[in-house]
Design a protein around this ligand. Structure first.
Ligand SMILES: [Zn+2]
Length: 461
């Protein structure tokens, strides 16, 4: 509740005024350029107009969530070119980012024919942070994944963490945001491009954090799935999902996450990040999270494992082999084989338990069908209505009356099976109704015994 009030009273007006402020700043900038460059006057005003349109469009976009499909994925390998990122003992962050990004893209391309994968870079080149977001926006991406590797002075720090654009800080580790954002210092005109971003100003951080707010929930959802996969299947240490102001994501208009896949400053993590198989494992974890996220967003229930998913898992393992086939020594192959076996075992288990539930449900269903089919013992019939407490029924209780054209018919019992009805028939005969016979009812209507047998055999199938 507090959260909602906070959003309505503080964040929302702040967001609106900030967006307007930006528009005004840009108009000012544009006008300043106009006086220098009159040839582009018309063009400048068109862009001012477009900025206003975008401002309103972003809020309209959020409402169109029907038939949502995750169709376009942007994979952003961090750093590149003259920006190496963090330096490990024998590998640079930019190399790890690209290695993981390409492997992830390959997995997604192979198994989701309906998903378009776009890389912000697929080679060792420098791309401005803002251009990475632009690529995603221009392609109307549904999801943005930025891949990085971490570093810390404390060499014992290790594990994975996934960031979303947000302002809920924990005090420590603002260093990370500063470091990942500091790359803008390598860009010309960064002050203009990032709207005067000052990593040390809490106010700039809060205001920038608002940009991604409408996607925050989805971003956190996806980020949690990634960390869950790292922890549960890759047996990595998950440092959790965190919120930071990260410039690469502040202008993306879709759910966005930044994965710090491990610490280059830590010996064990370094080995994993450098290793081809290690990179593929990281890509695999993000891929499985993507699979879950996509299915959830597209409306399928996440708890069920479908046959297609099992297929995806097993094919994913063989793709991993293909991705790695160039650089594998025997030990790696053995390790991978064991992993593939463990994976398929767990998939098999899930399928088996799902099947067991299905069988149970089927049995239940069959029972329910047969409950609609009941047997009774008919004792007498009459052209005149007989009161149900009449002595004619010789003390039998729960008499059931039904009418066929002009004849009233009377029966007893409410038996689920024919055998039960036959034993009741014996008792009724002993009670004095020598001509009593078994009749069947389906959904309250009298049916022939032949029809009843048909219904039973259908129910069993
Ligand atoms: Zn980085």
């Amino acid at each position: 509740m507090f959260n909602l009030v906070f959003k309505l009273i503080i964040l929302f007006p702040l967001e609106i005024s900030f967006k307007f402020m930006n528009v005004l700043i840009k108009i000012k900038q544009n006008l300043r350029v106009n006086t220098k460059n009159n040839a582009h006057f018309g063009q400048r005003w068109t862009s001012v107009f477009l900025m206003f349109l975008t401002f309103f469009a972003t809020d309209l976009q959020a409402q169109d969530k029907n038939n949502f499909k995750v169709k376009t994925l942007v994979i952003d390998a961090g750093h590149g070119g003259h920006d190496p990122g963090c330096l490990g003992a024998s590998i640079k962050e930019k190399e790890v980012c690209l290695g993981v990004a390409l492997k992830l893209g390959k997995l997604v391309e192979d198994y989701f024919k309906d998903v378009k994968v776009i890389y912000t870079r697929d080679s060792d080149v420098f791309v401005k942070l803002m251009d990475r977001a632009k690529i995603a926006n221009k392609n109307k991406a549904d999801l943005f994944i930025s891949i990085h590797a971490n570093s810390a002075q404390n060499k014992s720090a290790y594990g994975t963490e996934t960031f979303v654009m947000g302002t809920k800080y924990t005090d420590r580790n603002l260093e990370l945001a500063k470091r990942e954002n500091s790359v803008i210092l390598l860009e010309k005109d960064y002050e203009k491009n990032y709207e005067g971003y000052d990593p040390n100003s809490p106010m700039t951080n809060i205001l920038m954090g608002l940009y991604q707010q409408e996607y925050l929930e989805s971003s956190i959802n996806f980020a949690s799935k990634i960390e869950h996969q790292f922890q549960s299947r890759n047996k990595r240490k998950s440092r959790g999902v965190r919120q930071r102001v990260l410039l690469v994501m502040y202008r993306t208009t879709m759910p966005s996450v930044l994965v710090e896949a491990g610490f280059l400053s830590n010996k064990k993590d370094h080995k994993l990040l450098k290793d081809n198989l290690g990179q593929a494992e990281i890509a695999g974890a993000i891929f499985r999270a993507f699979l879950e996220y996509k299915r959830e967003m597209e409306g399928s229930t996440s708890s069920q494992i479908s046959k297609e998913e099992a297929l995806v898992y097993s094919q994913w393992d063989s793709t991993l082999r293909r991705v790695l086939s160039l650089k594998m020594d025997t030990a790696e192959v053995v390790k991978l084989d064991a992993k593939i076996k463990a994976d398929s075992d767990s998939v098999q288990k899930s399928i088996a338990s799902k099947k067991a539930v299905e069988i149970k449900n089927d049995k239940e269903k069959a029972k329910a069908v047969n409950h609609d089919l009941i047997f009774r013992v008919q004792i007498t019939s009459s052209s005149k209505k007989i009161p149900l407490n009449s002595r004619k029924f010789k003390g039998l209780s729960n008499i059931f009356e039904y009418k066929v054209s002009t004849v009233f018919k009377y029966s007893v019992g409410n038996c689920v099976t024919q055998v039960e009805a036959l034993s009741l028939q014996k008792k009724v005969k002993k009670a004095g109704f020598k001509d009593a016979f078994v009749v069947a009812f389906f959904n309250g209507k009298r049916v022939s015994m032949k029809k009843a047998r048909e219904i039973i055999s259908k129910g069993k199938n």
